[in-house]
Design a protein around this ligand. Sequence first.
Ligand SMILES: [Fe+2]
Length: 478
Amino acid sequence: MRILGINETTHDAAVCVVEDGKILFAAHAERYSKKKNDWFTNMAILDEALSYGVPDQIAYYEDHWLKKYRIFRHGGFGGQTPFYRSHPRLKNIPTYVSFHHHSHAAAGYYTSPFDDAVVVVLDAIGEFTTSSIWLGEGDSLKQVERWKYPFSFGLFYSAFTDLIGLKPNEEEYIMMGMAAYGDPEIYYERVSKYFPSVYKQTRNFHRGISDWGQEITETDRFHIAAAVQKVYEDRLWDFVYIARQKYSSSNLVFMGGCALNSKANTLLLDIFPNVWIMPNPGDAGSALGAAASAMEKKLDWQTPYLGTEIPGEYPVDKIIDALTKDKIAPVASGKAEYGPRALGNRSILADPRDPDIKDKVNMIKQRELFRPFAPVILEEYASEWFEMDYSSPYMQFTPRCLKPDVIPSVVHADGTSRVQTVNKQQHPGLYEVLTRWHALTGVPVLLNTSLNIKGQPMLNDEQDIKDWEKYYKKGIIR
Ligand SMILES: [Fe+2]
């Protein structure tokens, strides 16, 4: 049984192919159309998916008509006709429809290493559901609680993203980064009035924050970001803590766009001993979630490297050479990552010891200079360098750095780092790079950031490399 999973008509369209529980392909539409956060699939990604064979079934990630009805009644965006329906080879193939939160829950639980779990899904909004709790046991996944629009953790965060002049539904991650530079106490009480307790909000955040009533200075933007992050963390803590008390499993699966907030995710490790966040927890991961919910079976999750392949061995020698000579090594090799983070195959790697490297890489990427960078570290050294006793292969947690003076360019203003841990089985090539870097420098850490320019998707294929090389003289290692 071959299933084509699709998510589109919202931010970040994606496609996957699953055959008898094995994930053959999963990718983001934006990396083919070159439109960041593209809402729609396109011929190129669908054709690549079809190269794995014509599917027996299509699985779509939400109830399109129910969502249209919600938009008709309450406003919001989306609801257009999905592009995949216009592909000539996808006509007359039966379509299974999974509800929006069911797709999130299935993407998380069916890829998790657990035989049972409490599954928490928090996002802006699906059809009507905005927050839900599910219980997974064996192959069974059942919803046990749900909260409906307008109550929403995600809409709360997005409304304030908009208030401070960023793009809602896209730039929440920038607000999260800004939070480290502000003082949360200055606006905590004020922001908290909008979301006073765990299940209570005082307004419909879909309509934005229209009554802030005060001019927002550049400094205020950072203080507001800090307060919003703190209020979000406090309510999230309560929400997940209550779930821990209510249900017997000690395993948490956390999914939905809110699970991209790595700073808040870190708190959940104090509530549940075991936490799984699939590396693509937002809507793009729901292409896989829809396919999983159609199958109702655990998937054979092995790796997030599931997209377009740039063939060849991982270029370990060339990377080490570039790092020792130039301190910066842009790499495109192997299959592209499924998820928002570059995990070594479409990455810029750099020397984290150099305090100026952050500005240099930010300039290459044309990003705001305050934006932090993340470290990648050999898994066996993680607890020596960061306050962590767990692995973090997908950059989803932000432990405190224990040696910030040695690797200043990968430590955020609040002393934490969004760590990626690597072992030999996860990525033998990157593991080898880090092992050799460690032998050369005594530091088992590199800076790792996505291979893209701000506002553009990550590089995907050979053509993208050629286009990049016109701009960046040194060329890309592959
Ligand atoms: Fe969602």
